[in-house]
Design a protein around this ligand. Sequence first.
Ligand code: EPU
Length: 316
Amino acid sequence: MTGPEPLSQRLTALLGTRVQFKAPMNRHTYFKVGGPADILARPDNPEEMAEVIRLAELHGIPWRVIGDGTNLLVLDDGVRGLLMLLGRGFGTLRQHPSKSPYVRVTAGAGVKLPSLCRYATQNGLDGLTFAAGIPGTLGGAVMMNAGTPEGAMADVVESIRIMDRKGRLQEMPRDQLIFKYRRLSFRDPETDGQGVFPAVLEACLLFKRGDAELLKALVEKRLDARRKAQPMHQPSAGCFFKNPKTGMSAGELIDRVGMKGRRIGGAEVSTKHANYIVNRGDATATDILELARLIQSEVAARYAIDLEFEVQIVGS
Ligand code: EPU
């Protein structure tokens, strides 16, 4: 890192109290673990974000935007570089006028997925019922192609707006986006560069008009199923592993190798759903990672299946 002093001063001049140094990430992740990020910045609008990116690039500092931290495991040593949270200006929501059966809604990447889901339901917009109970921000949901077996963000995203490494805004129509299982990549190799996550600023979603009461009932049903099957009130990052392409789900595999309730330190394989690792209160990221590796080795030994992390590891 070159000249940390000037960088910290410039960021403070730009963002005031909306930049923190050595910011503990356990406050920003659903797992409630993770060491400090060197720099945690919260730009309020695209202009500020462009300036933060420009400064980070100028100083050769890696940066990335994070959402609500619902799907992240930040390691105990923390994160070298700069993380960005999206401030107020990224929380806008606009419905485009339409007389057709289809309705477009453009929402900022900082909008919470549950709020968007509620908005859609109340306005009789069909397209996001699969997302009932998925936490996090719209930006995170788009980048991860969040979803369930009932649907995924790929089904509703029509276009997105991103900011590239030079701080330039780019419209990305649907044909530039490659949605895979829990991952978005880009047709343009420059945007999709190795390990580089562009900043999603907003997404335009395409809904079909539906019946608000029917949508509400479906959302309630899905929420109820989740409450019954998943440990929603313990810190976790949702399902830890991706489901294998065919055959048994990750949860069923982990259950069958007898891992439910297995603990390392404060980390535990949920007794409710085996594909959840929960923090019992005093877990470290190391506990969670060790438990995840133990799960992988048990499942590999019994079923010769390599479970892949769905959760993203952040830090070194
Ligand atoms: N199962 C077990 N034991 C367990 C858990 C599950 O035997 O401990 C069995 C179930 O009985 C069922 C099968 O595994 O036969 C699938 O379980 P479930 O219906 O709970 O779905 P899942 O495949 O484990 C997926 C998503 C969830 C999403 C649910 C419900 C993935 C990796 N997981 O779970 O998404 O909420 O469907 O729609 O795609 C997430 O992405 O973080 C997440 C939680």
